[in-house]
Design a protein around this ligand. Structure first.
Ligand code: MF3
Ligand code: CO
Length: 258
């Protein structure tokens, strides 16, 4: 069942997703060669709690941390660890969730550690642009498939792979609500988008084959060919005047500008 949100509920979702954006900005300020992903997770947890929220991922289906931190060939759901030390040229996808005032925030951003190579930078850029292409289709009267097709067409025009095994989702009092929002599909198909729906769009895009494997830790998803993958995620409300993005990448990009 798809829960439609009132304007007031959308503002609570915006508060959560702004806190997620601010948390990602704070984490982004600490990303540098030598930092462990465990340290970044602690920074995020402290920041979220200091702002009166709780980390939405911690304990979710037994997940052991506040962030998912996925390095290079890891696509999503990498578990922060004191053994994972970031190094110059790594790419790191960080997914963050908050819970406060009865609602959830959920957004992700892919960062450079120092400077990545030209090929990886392009993958990051195209993945973010694919998210924007999908977001532009998030309007009442369209269908989920319009978002999916926009993400897929744009991504594949660069020869990149769209991961099939995971998808975006509705967002509200629960982190994962209906409808599912795949990153591939056909225009005009799938559930109808209506005013008051809030969804997360989250392309997971690979430089090589789209095929992924699930690691033994029960969480980490990585590319089968071990080529890099990027992941960006927005929460978007469908409003009378079109898509209303509840996440603010501007805060993150301001924080990491050098
Ligand atoms: N942000 C992820 C998603 O969009 C959820 C993280 S899974 C968790 O589906 F277990 F880490 F919470
Ligand atoms: Co999500």
């Amino acid at each position: 069942m798809i829960h439609l949100k009132t304007d007031e509920e959308i503002e609570l979702l915006r508060e959560n997703n702004l806190l997620v954006s601010e948390t990602l900005a704070e984490v982004g300020r600490h990303i540098r060669p030598g930092v462990t992903t465990k340290r970044l997770d602690e920074i995020a947890e402290d920041f979220i709690r200091a702002h009166g929220a709780v980390p939405a991922f911690l304990g979710y289906q037994g997940y052991p941390a506040s962030l998912c931190i996925s390095v290079n060939e890891q696509v999503v759901h990498g578990i922060p660890s004191a053994k994972v030390v970031l190094k110059e040229g790594d790419m790191v996808s960080i997914d963050c969730g908050t819970f406060m005032k009865g609602f959830v925030g959920d957004s992700a951003y892919t960062f450079e550690v120092g400077e990545v190579g030209e090929e990886v930078r392009r993958l990051m850029q195209v993945t973010k642009e694919a998210l924007y292409k999908g977001t532009a289709q998030a309007k009442a009267g369209n269908r989920v498939g319009d978002i999916s097709a926009a993400v897929q067409e744009y991504t594949e025009s660069f020869g990149y792979g769209v991961v099939r095994e995971l998808e975006g989702h509705g967002l509200g009092r629960k982190m994962h609500e209906a409808p599912g929002v795949p990153n591939y599909g056909a225009k005009g198909r799938g559930p109808l988008l209506k005013e008051g729906m809030v969804i997360c769009i989250e392309p997971m895009i690979t430089m090589g084959s789209k095929s992924v494997v699930f690691e033994e830790d029960g969480w980490t998803v990585r590319t089968r060919d071990r080529k890099p993958a990027a992941h960006y995620e927005f929460a978007v409300a469908i409003r009378k005047n079109g898509p209303d993005v509840l996440t603010d990448f501007g805060i993150i990009e301001q924080a990491i500008k050098h």
